[in-house]
Design a protein around this ligand. Sequence first.
Ligand code: AHG
Ligand code: MN
Ligand code: MN
Ligand code: MN
Length: 342
Amino acid sequence: TASTLSGGSLKTLEQFIIERESDSPGSTGQFSRLLRDLALAAKVVERDVRKAGLVDIFGETGDVNVQGEVQKKLDLLAHEEFVRALRRGGEVCLIGSEEHAEAIPLQFDDCQGKYIVLFDPLDGSSNVDVNVSIGTIFSIYKVPEDHAGPVSVENALQPGRDQVAAGYIVYGSSTILVYTTGNGVNGFTLDPSIGEFLLSHPNIRTPEMGEMYSINEGNYNSWEPGLKEYIKWMQTEAPEDDPPRPFTTRYIGSFVADFHRNLMKGGVYIYPANARNPSGKLRLMYEANPMAFIIEQAGGIASTGNGRILDVPPEALHQRCPVYIGSPKMVEMAKSFLAGER
Ligand code: AHG
Ligand code: MN
Ligand code: MN
Ligand code: MN
């Protein structure tokens, strides 16, 4: 109806945050301000992404980042926007970013009650110059209660199960922000005409079973046998009736966009170990962990193939891990093939 379209009956992110302030971590309002800082940065990046091609933010910076990837101008621009918003907000003591080798301390005095934010400022960089959906992924931890003094990267290396919040933004056909604080998953769509994120997807639950699988089949030769069996089963042997057949492959090279589609419609995204990446390509702290928190809160599963992603003990800011994430029945099926049980 017109009122819904105009956002008349929709709730803004601000209103939602204030309503939920009681059950969000550290309900002193600090956490709410942190979420607002992230939403502000997302709006700035969204504005830049929409202009890509018109202003000189296509192409590469000429640098190679700590990942060994050629850094895109928009990688760096998004990184700088989020750092600026978090520095100005004053709620964050330490930042970890895909685009920065070291953790970035924001305040040196007492960090009691402050937050640590780890993020992938621009996920799907290879898609920037060709107008395919990209996104930002963030993961939020609390500075450990018993911590005194400045915060260092060791304080950020907490297992994913200890995150206080996680979320992502997809800069796609519309711009949507999805996050969880451990009380379910909610999605907010940006209405650019009023510059507000409006609650468009309350209490997102992912389907038990899906028809889509997302994996780069170009790496087929380096997959472990159980994975080859699983993909082959989906392509040839899965029974006609249950699960629904035929399966469809959907892989666009932006984890955040593939994840969001599978979250909403059901499906599994897999980035396994392969010849080039013996521990997989996705980074634990700011890609696998935040999405694992979200998918579990939406009723899904996130596994390394050997164990729960949220239980992986972190050792380094940029460490990688294999990712099997999405509809519970599809991830369990993959795990049974990997374990040679089928
Ligand atoms: P990023 O752009 O942040 O480096 O992440 C890219 C990741 C992920 O978004 C995507 O699904 C995957 O890399 C694609 O990797 P391949 O090109 O190896 O399939
Ligand atoms: Mn990258
Ligand atoms: Mn990424
Ligand atoms: Mn990135």
